[in-house]
Design a protein around this ligand. Structure first.
Ligand code: PHE
Length: 348
């Protein structure tokens, strides 16, 4: 056997390789040449029947033929793969001028928005923000705030109580953010100027009450703090929050166990084009509770009432949001309806 004998076979196989227009045809050519029963494999098998001398000559010839055909197949395969990829790339062009698919954007909940607005206004007046736990003990939620045990004022709050512990103590879901003023007075030295925003809980549910709601509490403790400071601070806040140029206010005497004297602050309002205009007008709307911190509360928190005085105030954040943004039903705040949020939410 010589190279010349195999030349026609090689030419034929290489021609088939070149002619293969897709990977399947190419694979058929490969099997027909190099597969178990392929022409080259059959030739290799015939080596066994040859004399050692013949084999010595024919072996390398067949091997090199096999290698050339195999290389040609590999090269053709690569070419076909590249062609297929190029064809796909040409076909699947990306039109960069098409508008992108719309992204669902998140929105700020009106309560978050109002918390941020309130914090920003008080921050401008030098107030820092303090937080406390949602689950409180009786001392911080009631006792330190001058609610004596068994006092009917505890009932006003429609408290959610936890089960009694072995020592008879019952934890509560805090009914107001006032426990944060207790924690702050016990842990920090005056002068104190803080607000305490957060979740609060009372067993109540209708159009203007939900079992969970939000409050912002404020507390100022210093030497010589008086009711004029309280009035000035709250009027400045309400004006800034409702963006009112003028503001009519009224402080009505009230009762809270933790303040003395206590008051509710009303602001004047009127209806304009179906909406509420806060600041002027001849109607009154209650907006928050406030007062001078009761001497008993100062004592309970380790402060000497002869040295320090202060004022505190607390307001419903949900109510502020309803008034400012014209939201009629409080319960919608917590319904997790994204269409509602699209309407009332704030682009972040
Ligand atoms: N903690 C009171 C409430 O929830 C609000 C308040 C706070 C009133 C501070 C006066 C002073 O009703």
């Amino acid at each position: 056997m010589s190279l010349d004998d195999l030349k026609p076979l090689e030419d034929n196989l290489l021609a088939q390789v070149t002619a293969a227009e897709d990977e399947r045809t190419l694979d058929e050519v490969r099997v027909a040449a190099l597969g178990k029963k392929g022409v080259i494999s059959e030739r290799m098998k015939s080596l066994g029947k040859m004399s050692p001398d013949e084999r010595k000559e024919a072996g390398p010839i067949l091997n090199s033929l096999k290698a050339r055909v195999a290389d040609a197949i590999t090269a053709r395969k690569e070419t076909l793969e590249n062609e297929a990829l190029n064809a796909r790339l040409a076909e699947e062009t990306v039109d960069v001028t098409l508008p992108p698919a719309p992204l669902a954007k998140g929105r700020k909940h009106p309560i978050t928005q109002v918390f941020e607005e309130v914090e920003a206004i008080f921050a401008d007046m030098g107030f820092e923000t303090r937080e406390g736990p949602d689950i409180e003990d009786d001392f911080h939620n009631f006792t330190a705030l001058n609610f004596p045990p068994g006092h009917p004022a505890r009932e006003i709050h429609d408290t959610f109580f936890f089960e009694e512990k072995e020592n008879g103590e019952r934890m509560v879901l805090r009914t107001h953010t006032s426990p944060v003023q207790v924690r702050t007075m016990m842990n920090e030295k005056p002068p104190i100027r803080i607000i305490a925003p957060g979740r609060t809980f009372r067993c109540d549910s209708d159009q203007t009450h939900t079992p969970m709601f939000h409050q912002v509490e404020g507390l100022v403790i210093d030497k010589g703090t008086h009711m004029g400071h309280l009035k000035g601070t709250l009027e400045a806040f309400i004006k800034a929050f409702f963006e009112a140029d003028e503001l009519k206010t009224r402080f009505r005497p009230h009762f809270f166990p933790f303040t003395e004297p206590s008051a509710e602050m009303d602001v004047g309002y009127e209806r304009v084009d179906g909406g509420l205009k806060i600041g002027t007008g001849d109607k009154w709307m209650e907006i928050l509770g406030c007062g001078m911190v009761h001497p008993n509360v100062l004592k309970n928190c380790g402060l000497d009432p002869d040295e320090y005085q202060g004022f505190a105030f607390g307001m419903g954040v949900d109510r502020l949001a309803m008034l400012k943004y014209g939201i009629p039903d409080l319960r919608d705040f917590f319904a997790a309806d994204t269409r509602w949020l699209e309407h009332y939410g704030f682009a972040g």
